[in-house]
Design a protein around this ligand. Sequence first.
Ligand SMILES: Nc1nc2c(ncn2[C@@H]2O[C@H](COP(=O)(O)OP(=O)(O)OP(=O)(O)O)[C@@H](O)[C@H]2O)c(=O)[nH]1
Ligand SMILES: [Mg+2]
Length: 407
Amino acid sequence: MAAERYPWALAWRRLVGAVLDPRPDPAVDAAVREQALAQAPVLWLLGKVQAGKTSIIRALTGAAEAEIGAGFMPCTRHSRLYDFPPEAPLLRFLDTQGLGEVGEDPSAELALLEERSHAIVAVARAMDPAQDTILDVLRAVRRREPDRAVVLVQTRLHDGYPDGADHPTEEQLAQDPGFENLRRALAFQAAQFRDLPGSGSFRSVAVDLTRPEDGYSDPDHGLDALLDALDEAGASGQGTLLRKLARHGSDSRLARARPHLLGYATSAGLCDLVPVASLVTVPAVQAKLLHSLAGLYGEPWDRRTLIAFLASLGSGAALGIGAGFTARQLGKLIPVYGQTAGAAAAGVASAAVTYALGRAACQYLELARAGRSDPDAVAATWRGALKEAHALFRSSDRFDRPPRGSQ
Ligand SMILES: Nc1nc2c(ncn2[C@@H]2O[C@H](COP(=O)(O)OP(=O)(O)OP(=O)(O)O)[C@@H](O)[C@H]2O)c(=O)[nH]1
Ligand SMILES: [Mg+2]
């Protein structure tokens, strides 16, 4: 088990060294990705031509190669998988060709997409009521697989705004007479999708993904709600996990950081389950996470800030970081530790420690952006996140067995 291989002082040094040393390590990158991928559900993006499928992927993953159309001509010609987050994937998006070109028969292709995916993200322009082609596909899938989750993403909201209006608040959207048209269109469309056969979960979310030069106050309007809905749709319970862990904290960067926290935590947890010869160690995964958070917050680590951050976690952290703990040591951090057995326990512990480390780093970085420092608050976040994440990872089954392909 990791405990014998990485005493905490070594793990600590490795972590600090790996965060400060910017040299990329392709072996670690590849292994982190692979470990996370082994559990990542595939979400199939299904919609008419130019509905906004690829735009959603681009907004979430930042993938520059995800090509977006000009608004009318079909753009995406071949199905393609995108990982989210790319470095430590929690979800995979299967981008597809838009439906609805006259004369083509997409049934063979659709059967393949259905087989390759776990849940469906239906994408529809909010002001486009003609969704029969998409609904027909969904009905057929749900008859075969009644419990497949479906998320409806309603795009291009501003097509339904009154002239010159910015994005409405929730209250405006619910009551303001100026948004009556949009309100009706959204409700009508969502009702059609809600009526699908089967018992799988259904949620609708409305987004408006604009370019900064379009002049709206938020170019990613609705993206956080979308993330929440996608989590729920993701198979195997990991979505629920993400949402439960997500409730705390309010800054919007934290909302964007969450998938990274969970992706890396999952990968760290799996380090304990894959063969001993694995090159990847928990500290290496944690270092990647701290790196990627610094990028999200625009606050690069240097030796001084990193040591200050780690020191603020208190001495208990030294035991936890890097999975360099024995059960007894970890018991001091997490009183319920002893209730989980064997390798699964180590996986759960490594995942929880990694999650909590990232969560505390988010708070540290958010404060640092504002030129502030509050070690007590960061320590409290670390402790709270550790307990919470441990309980949640323990109740999930993701570390009960090695990931696919590692045996
Ligand atoms: N205002 C606004 N425009 C959007 C939104 N989503 C997509 N668009 C625009 O709609 C057009 C089509 O976007 P794509 O992402 O290429 O649509 P797609 O569904 O992938 O299209 P195909 O690949 O052709 O099937 C582009 O001009 C986008 O900029 C949105 O939420 N709001
Ligand atoms: Mg596309």
